[in-house]
Design a protein around this ligand. Structure first.
Ligand code: UN1
Length: 494
């Protein structure tokens, strides 16, 4: 693998505060390439209290006129944003790969996915916007209106630098709200690109502000008196704190948090398909998806054959510079993230019942400096921390089950409940899985990851709190309803 490509010059980062692009006088922020940590992808400064106040003030001031803008006219801005995203998908997808570490193909795919999300919400104004109920009284009807809620705080993670922001910002704006957005400070460049796309598409000043900052800024944004609601995707620890704080403030909050998603490979499974899908679910985006497959449960009868096929494929994955077209898996987002995952794996190998089938190591040579970790498969004889804790990296744990039913029961053996996959053509097993698995998303014969823009998405148990995201489900969080009893003061005109 070569890591000697000449890097483009570092991009200057700007924040968007109440309609004005600016570079605050805060601490320096260096956005580096996790494949080559010495390479600076973008540089700028961190936002502080002053920018936060100005951004929220801008969102409060811009709200009445944006909310009053006809729905289809708001939709036109979103449709133009989708077009801008499509236009830049190649260049911005490559920047995404250099900034975050997923492959270029995944980066380009993610920018296009963001465009698709904007297109879905662009047409939301051409669908019915409320409900009408019959009244028990003559001459009256009852209308349910969905009203915008006000300035929304949007706090997003590093792992989908543009798709997750899109699936929060697009519905927030479509339904008439204004937004103050704080992305993860590890992916500021793609955040700036999305803000540029929206401004370029004609979004009025103040309707969106972008503040680049660290976790503490996100906490202050969520608690700011001018904010109406908070939507968050990220770690369970931070999500819980936000839920507590917002509870104290009586402020609605939606959090999408961790996952420890399992694939159950049952006795009759199509093994080629199951291996393909488990591989994709576990190692695409270097396993850094809350929907990633991190547990696989194989029914005894086919376990040896499945594990042999899987281990062989995992060990053969090409790991390297994510902008190299031949590479199938890039680095993790940072050396710190990699070191955390590696430490958990190394520690586990000292425990009984933990057996590394492949991976568990870093690399020498050109990849030594980068945040690389070999794709790892670990067989567990029983319960273990690796089985329970979300690692957020390219690590797949495996357990064997005595029967198909035991395999399904083990899927539920987690505090998380985001996604699951079951590989089988057995109708009874499928209907059992549909009935008993406590997850928000269930895939039959496909990987645990993935979410279509028009379909509700979110988890149960400790994976999520509040209304679901995406599709029309997003309306529940980004609007509030007003029930109107509507009647004129007298009889109908003759
Ligand atoms: C996907 O599976 O394609 O943070 C999307 C995450 C999820 C999104 C997953 N909120 O990984």
């Amino acid at each position: 693998m070569t890591l000697s490509v000449t890097a483009p010059p570092a991009v200057s980062l700007r924040h968007l505060v109440a309609g004005r692009w600016c570079e605050p006088a805060g601490a320096e922020l260096l956005d580096t390439n996790p494949a080559r940590p010495a390479e600076i992808v973008a540089r700028g400064t961190l936002a502080g209290e002053e920018e936060l106040d100005a951004a929220v003030r801008g969102a409060v001031e811009a709200f009445p006129s944006w909310a009053a803008t006809p729905f289809p006219v708001r939709g036109e801005v979103l449709a133009r944003t989708a077009a801008v995203l499509d236009l830049h998908a190649g260049a911005w997808g490559e920047e995404l790969a250099r900034e975050e570490g997923k492959t270029r193909a995944e980066g380009v795919g993610e920018v296009r996915r963001a465009a698709e999300i904007f297109r879905f919400y662009a047409s939301e104004g051409s669908r019915p916007v409320g409900e009408v109920y019959a009244s028990p009284r003559p001459g009256e009807q009852i209308q349910l209106m969905h009203r915008p809620v006000g300035p929304v705080a949007v706090i997003t993670p590093f792992n989908f630098p543009i798709a997750i922001p899109a699936w929060k910002i697009a519905p927030a704006l479509a339904y008439g709200n204004t937004v103050v957005w704080k992305p993860a400070s590890t992916v500021p460049l793609l955040a700036m690109r999305l803000a540029e796309a929206l401004v370029g598409a004609g979004l009025p000043a103040g309707v969106l502000s972008l503040l680049i900052g660290e976790g503490a800024l996100g906490a202050r944004l969520a608690e700011h008196p001018g904010i109406s609601r908070v939507t968050f995707t990220g770690s369970t620890a931070i999500g819980r704190r936000l839920i507590e704080r917002c509870g104290t403030l009586s402020r609605p909050v939606q959090t999408e948090m961790g996952g420890k998603n399992a694939a159950a490979v049952l006795g009759d499974a199509n093994l080629e398909l199951a291996v393909d899908q488990v591989l994709a679910g576990a190692f695409r985006a270097t396993g850094q998806k809350c929907t990633a497959t991190s547990r696989v449960i194989v029914t005894d009868a086919i376990a040896d054959e499945f594990l042999e096929l899987l281990t062989e494929r995992v060990a053969a994955l090409t790991v390297g510079d994510p902008v190299d077209a031949a590479v199938e898996m890039g680095p993790l987002v940072s050396r710190e993230a990699r070191d955390g995952v590696l430490a958990a794996v190394t520690e586990a190998t000292h425990r009984p019942g933990v057996r590394v089938l492949t991976g568990g190591t870093t690399y020498t040579g050109a990849r030594a400096e980068g945040a690389f970790l070999a794709p790892t498969v670990i067989e567990l004889a029983g319960d273990d921390e690796l089985w329970r804790d979300e690692l957020f990296g390219p690590v797949l744990t495996v357990r064997r089950a005595g029967s198909d039913r035991e395999a399904l029961d083990l899927v539920n053996d987690s505090v998380f409940g985001l996604a699951a996959a079951v590989f089988t053509d057995n109708l009874r097993a499928v209907t059992t899985a549909m009935e008993i698995l406590d997850v928000g998303v269930l895939h039959i014969n496909s990987e645990t990851a993935g979410a279509d823009p028009h379909v509700p998405f979110g988890g149960s148990k400790e994976s999520g709190f509040g209304p679901k995201e995406q599709g029309r489900a997003a309306r529940e969080f980004f609007t509030t309803t007003k029930t109107v009893y509507l009647k004129s003061s007298g009889p109908l005109t003759p």
